[in-house]
Ligand binder design. Structure first.
Ligand SMILES: [Zn+2]
Length: 281
């Protein structure tokens, strides 16, 4: 029995690792899909599968009522990011007024950040390490800054190619959650990871006081995005092994993982990347 890490009440709800509506929209209610967790590939065929949900670490009220606006802000954001991929690529920034309109953009943008804060907090909460998520939960419940949270959007060219090529063969939706990277800076634990919905990746970092009080990016109408090209080296383990039969799962595991990791293809490079995000927030 756990308590909800957001409000402290009895945790009686499973939060989806991917938004259930993303999965329903992409695949319907029954389908064949695969989940990668950074190490393994596992098939699943329902949006209710336990595989794609966190165990019960939050309560129904937090999951359904208190974070409903955050979910809506996320839905609008990923829909926009999908249809406006080329525009974001050309301009190298995201215009939140263009997404949410000129009256609501700031409120909805902060709600979007809160959506990712809930996702990241669930990742931290289900890791094997202890971390005080009080600042994060205060932010989710309405505080307008979070000292412990950094978020940075990114477009990955390799993933764009993967989506376009795979779509020629089959209707393809790319949803990806990274493994959680944990490291220490001084005496403090830092957690980092990312989640991708088709073309748009959101990188998150959680750690004590990693973001200044005057955390400005969240309040800006436009926000620059990282553009990652696809010139990173890809090593193939079995180059000489010509007898290897083609396996769809092995192919996906290999390609998707390498394309998502990009230049950050070792644990140390991932840590350096999260440190870079903290420095530049
Ligand atoms: Zn709760």
């Amino acid at each position: 029995m756990n308590n909800c890490w957001i409000c402290g009440n009895f945790a009686d709800s499973k939060e989806h690792k991917f938004k259930a509506s993303d999965i329903k929209k992409a695949f319907g209610k029954k389908f064949d899909a695969y989940l990668f967790n950074g190490e393994k590939v596992q098939p699943f065929n329902s949006y209710k599968d336990d595989l794609i949900q966190f165990p019960k670490i939050i309560c129904i009220d937090c999951n359904n009522n208190k974070t409903r606006n955050h979910d809506n802000a996320y839905d609008e954001f990923v829909k926009y990011a999908y249809s406006n991929h080329q525009k974001i690529l050309n301009e190298k920034y995201i215009d939140f007024q263009d997404i949410y309109g000129n009256e609501m953009w700031l409120e909805k943008k902060i709600d979007l950040y809160r959506y990712y804060a809930k996702h990241a907090g669930c990742k931290v909460s289900t890791s094997e390490f202890e971390f005080d998520l009080t600042n994060l939960s205060k932010f989710i419940l309405g505080k307008d800054v979070c000292e412990d949270f950094v978020l940075k959007f990114e477009l990955k060219q390799a993933i764009e190619i993967l989506i376009k090529v795979t779509n020629k063969i089959n209707k393809y939706t790319h949803l990806y959650n990274s493994e959680t990277i944990v490291y220490t800076a001084g005496n403090e634990l830092i957690f980092g990871g990312w989640t991708t919905n088709n073309y748009i990746t959101a990188n998150w970092v959680i750690g004590k006081n990693i973001s200044d009080e005057d955390y400005l990016r969240m309040y800006q109408e436009t926000e620059s995005v990282l553009l990652t090209d696809c010139k990173f080296p890809i090593e193939n383990k079995n180059e000489n092994d010509e007898d290897d039969k083609f396996s769809k799962i092995d192919f996906m595991k290999d390609t998707h993982l390498k394309y998502e990791n990009g230049y950050n293809n070792t644990p140390q490079k991932k840590i350096n990347f999260f440190e870079f995000l903290i420095e530049n927030n």
